[in-house]
Design a protein around this ligand. Structure first.
Ligand code: ZN
Length: 106
């Protein structure tokens, strides 16, 4: 259990659990988020440890929306794209602000 990384969403303590034959999951004891079900503990453990942080997910979403906005060729959308990319960089640097349109508690 010691090789499980802290919860990517709340920093809480994770634990793996055997739900049945060939059914393993890793879940957070604090916020109860969990991985998909896997046939082996090692797979559940690997999936947990590879999960992106909420900030990384937000940054990816912002980049995707910025890319989409850049392709619209309407006046003003270029600036929107620039703003979104800058916001994505702030998210990755851990400086995103809570309560944005993308939700989450930061
Ligand atoms: Zn958690």
């Amino acid at each position: 259990m010691s090789d499980l990384l802290p919860c990517p969403f709340c920093g809480g303590t994770p634990a793996w659990s055997r739900l049945g034959p060939l059914t393993f999951v890793v879940l957070c004891r604090d916020c109860h988020t969990e991985t998909a079900r896997y046939v082996a503990e090692a797979l559940a453990r690997a999936a947990w440890n590879q999960r992106p942080t909420r900030a990384a997910i937000r940054a990816e979403v912002l980049r995707e929306v910025a890319e989409e906005a850049s392709g619209l060729h309407f006046e003003g959308w270029y600036e929107v794209g620039v703003w979104l990319r800058a916001r994505a960089e702030r998210e990755e640097a851990g400086r995103g602000s809570p309560g944005t349109a993308l939700g989450g508690e930061g």
